[in-house]
Design a protein around this ligand. Structure first.
Ligand code: PLP
Length: 398
């Protein structure tokens, strides 16, 4: 099928939940993607914060091949070593005492909400099921994740949402004080709001939030699905804030592009979760967990994380400098290699203009675009991306 035929067949057969640009990606190498017409794109999207090691990561491929020769899928009815090794690694490198593996971010949120509600039901009583989340947040597309998502546009026509969810203002501790009660079972927050527009939490805000949760005997759930595992220049994003959560949800980069989600939690919650309370057919299978261990071992290397912080500072400096030249860049928000650029004009037009220059970027909330380059990107590739970005901005000026 050529590009035209494939796009026509897609429109005929695939449910229209995405508006895709008019090219077909055929392969990737390093931090570049290639389309069926042979065009090369520098990738500042990384599969939406997934492909930390780009597109030709031989270590992950070798791990996958080796594991696939040993054991493919065999269900969670049995013990398997890759899952346990990954859990041990995460317990050793984070606040967590226990892990639950699933397949995606939204499934991790579902599980986290269930575990928090069970903990509250067992320790505070069954009517203590209230969840407090934040306006502008995003936590997934299933009913738990969606009910916790503080953007009503995602609820439209799908109501009613689950009962017991309320929303406070992000980075506004007074707003949380007005909403939190002893009946609140958990507060859910992204350390960096991703889909909402790349808004990093203030250090003071997250620290005060943790204290408030402790005062009300409420669990703090951090959604690090987009901002976790190296993206902010620390293994976990909470390390930027000097706090620890009770529960953390993770997914996107964890297995380098294979579907895996995880809920990290402490023993105080884990002790209330019993066989049969939750489960999954595919979650934490041997192939994805062996790849995830390989990926996370490399992300956790201090020198690797330092390089992410350095490249993030460099890109932030360059973008700030660019604002003087291009006042249509209204604001640049970032943490590590996670960037939100508030712009004057249409994000869609800017994304299209970047594509024409051979640079892939994506949209985020508000009037903003996102840069989420692979974590292995080099300074030269960042420079190349910025040159392409400038050409795109120029082309929009006409
Ligand atoms: N939470 C956050 C912060 C996300 O960014 C996303 C996805 O973008 C999700 C949850 C849902 O993850 P998934 O798409 O893997 O279900």
């Amino acid at each position: 099928m050529n590009t035209k035929e494939l796009i026509a067949a897609e429109k005929q057969t695939i449910l229209g939940t995405y508006t895709r640009p008019e090219f077909v990606i055929t392969h990737g190498k390093d931090v570049y993607l290639y389309d069926a017409e042979g065009r090369e794109y520098l990738d500042f999207v990384s599969g939406i914060a997934v492909n930390a090691f780009g597109y030709s990561d031989s270590e992950a491929k070798n791990t996958l091949t080796e594991q696939s020769e040993k054991l493919w899928h065999c269900s969670n009815l049995y013990y398997t070593e890759p899952q346990v090794k990954l859990a041990q690694f995460l317990v050793n490198h984070t606040f967590a005492d226990k892990l639950f593996f699933c397949n995606s971010g939204t499934e991790a949120m579902e599980a986290a909400i269930k575990f928090a509600r069970k903990w509250a039901s067992m320790t505070k009583g069954p009517d203590n099921h209230q969840i407090l989340a934040f306006n502008r947040s995003f936590h997934g597309r299933t009913f738990g994740g969606l009910s916790a998502t503080g953007q009503p546009k995602f609820w439209e026509h799908f109501g009613p949402m689950l009962e017991g969810f309320d929303f406070a203002e992000f980075n506004d501790i007074e707003s949380v004080k007005n909403k939190i009660t002893d009946k609140t079972c958990a507060v859910i927050v992204e350390p960096v709001q991703g889909e909402g527009g790349i808004y990093p939490a203030n250090v003071e805000f997250l620290q005060q939030l943790k204290t408030l949760c402790d005062e009300h005997n409420t669990l703090l759930i951090l959604d690090e699905i987009q901002c976790g595992f190296g993206r902010t220049g620390h293994f976990c994003a909470y390390e930027n804030y000097g706090i620890q959560p009770d529960i953390l949800t993770a997914a996107k980069p964890i297995a380098g592009g294979l579907p895996l989600g995880a809920v990290l939690l402490t023993d105080k919650i884990a002790e209330h979760i019993k066989p049969g309370d939750h489960g999954t057919t595919f979650g934490g299978g041997p192939i994805v967990t062996s790849v995830a261990l390989n990926i996370l071992e490399r992300i956790a290397e201090p020198a690797f994380l330092e390089s992410v912080r350095d490249k993030g500072s460099y890109l932030q400096e360059r973008l700030t400098a660019l604002q003087a030249e291009y006042p249509e860049l209204i604001a640049v928000r970032s943490k590590g290699l996670m960037f939100g650029l508030e712009i004057q004009g249409s994000p869609q037009d800017l994304i299209k203009a970047c594509t024409e220059q051979g640079l892939l970027i994506c949209k985020t909330g508000g009037n903003a675009v996102r840069f989420l380059p692979p974590l292995i990107i080099t300074q030269e590739q960042i420079d190349d991306g910025l040159n392409k970005f400038k050409l795109a901005l120029d082309s929009l000026r006409g």
